[in-house]
Design a protein around this ligand. Structure first.
Ligand SMILES: Nc1ncnc2c1ncn2[C@@H]1O[C@H](COP(=O)(O)OP(=O)(O)OP(=O)(O)O)[C@@H](O)[C@H]1O
Ligand SMILES: [Mg+2]
Length: 204
């Protein structure tokens, strides 16, 4: 495949130079923050586009300090692309970031009933400059979870923080099944990237 630096000159050289100069603790920080083990090696370089290449749009959005909303069917590479965005952006900017599966957010919120409450959890995830909220809409939606999502997304919307959201649901479906106040905010916060193609887990 075409090297990423052919699409955006200097893109990977910044990454390589930055990573090469990292101390061990910087590398640790870069490696963790919730990125799942399976996805640690997923970058723009090993992302093979199907149809229109979403990488330039992602890089431009992040350069403009905008988020990205990635939708598509299962296995089309949404999580891969979201992690690749972190791998591309973080070494260049060194900003705080977190990868947060929505299912884990829900578990944290439920567990928080007996601790400092939902507020503490939502405050925590409000903070990172870049937050990947992976797989929104995959869990059973209730009035409570609607309110939690809305609160987190609205805070990040107001803060103008960079939020990368992945979902099997289109914006229209998010409006219908979760909350139209969320689907209304997303296009203002994010570039919208629609992934197509077969389930890569089955075809690769
Ligand atoms: N375009 C691609 N190029 C290279 N690898 C890909 C691509 N799309 C998907 N993959 C690989 O296929 C597997 C599934 O991709 P991924 O988990 O990102 O899909 P997803 O859209 O997030 O699926 P789900 O909706 O089930 O969460 C991963 O191992 C990923 O690295
Ligand atoms: Mg996924």
């Amino acid at each position: 495949m075409e090297h990423i630096s052919a699409i955006i000159p200097g893109a990977m050289s910044v990454f390589e130079a930055r990573r090469g100069n990292m101390t061990t603790s910087e590398k640790m920080l870069f490696e963790f923050n919730g990125i799942p083990t399976r996805f640690k090696g997923r970058t723009f370089e090993n992302y093979v586009p199907v149809g229109v290449d979403p990488r330039p749009v992602c890089m431009q959005a992040l350069t403009d300090k905008r988020g990205i909303f990635i939708d598509g069917n299962t296995g089309t590479g949404k999580t891969h692309l979201a992690v690749a965005c972190l791998h591309w952006l973080i070494p260049q900017t060194n900003v705080s970031y977190r990868f947060l599966p929505t299912s884990e957010l829900m578990l944290e919120l439920k567990a928080s009933f007996s601790r400092d409450g939902e507020k503490g959890v939502l405050d925590h995830h409000r903070k990172p400059t870049v937050l990947v909220l992976d797989d929104i809409g995959a869990e059973k939606v209730s009035d409570w979870s609607r309110q939690m999502f809305y609160t987190l997304i609205d805070r990040r919307y107001r803060d103008m923080s960079i939020t990368i959201i992945t979902s099997n649901l289109s914006l229209a479906k998010i409006s219908e099944l979760i909350d139209d106040r969320i689907s209304s905010r997303i296009p203002e916060m994010c570039e919208v990237v629609h992934l197509t193609g077969p389930d890569k887990r089955v075809t690769k």
